[in-house]
Design a protein around this ligand. Structure first.
Ligand code: AMP
Length: 191
């Protein structure tokens, strides 16, 4: 199972991915988490991306593709992969197609969590207050920037997936459990 979770920052992709990991033993491939870990461990990649993450802009496509290629290889034996926060540009979406083809894998499900833009800032600021881990980019100025980057760079991939695949839109304003149930029903419908 290869599943993409699409949607703006704060729409609940991470929460839903964690649920699917628990339920189906899928692997969560969150580029944001991978990059934050690299920064925390001060790896070479971490040093390159640190300032980009703090600014709310996107990391270079080439670097992201290289990371994801390694992760797909690493998780080949897993029953599924959830792409969370990736792809984020049309280039990444096209590259993912190539990677999956190369590894003889299919893209089984594309889900967009649709959330009212006004609620996003509120949600992210609430998450920042409640979370033990401090994210440098969870402050109101950078959150605005991340939403602007999402609207400009990532939204076009919604059309890309709508035209090529069956894009499943889910109302992300519902409760966490309702969203989880809808996602699980979709997964089970294609098993
Ligand atoms: P996220 O945790 O998904 O909100 O990602 C946090 C930050 O990591 C983003 O604001 C970007 O700077 C970077 N990032 C995460 N995923 C990607 C991606 N697929 N392409 C480029 N940059 C990314």
């Amino acid at each position: 199972m290869n599943l993409i979770l699409l949607g703006p920052p704060g729409c609940g992709k991470g929460t839903q991915a964690v649920n699917l990991v628990k339920k189906y033993n899928y692997c969560q491939l969150s580029t944001g988490d991978i990059l934050r870990e690299a920064v925390a461990n001060e790896t070479q990649t971490g040093k390159i991306v640190k300032d980009v993450l703090a600014s709310g802009k996107l990391v270079d496509d080439g670097l992201i593709i290289k990371i994801m290629e390694e992760k797909i290889i690493e998780t080949k034996s897993k029953p599924g992969r959830i792409f969370d926060g990736f792809p984020r540009t049309l280039t990444q979406a096209n590259e993912l197609e190539g990677l999956l083809k190369r590894f003889q894998m299919e893209l089984n499900l594309v889900i967009e969590l649709v959330v009212d833009q006004h609620s996003l800032i509120e949600r992210i600021m609430k998450r920042a207050q409640e979370s033990e881990e401090k994210r440098e980019d969870d402050n109101s100025v950078i959150v605005e920037k991340r939403l602007e980057v999402y609207n400009r760079e990532t939204k076009p991939i919604i059309d890309f997936y709508s035209s090529k695949y069956n894009l499943n839109k889910i109302d992300g304003m519902q409760g966490i459990q309702e969203v989880s149930n809808t996602i699980e029903n979709l997964i089970e419908s294609i098993h």
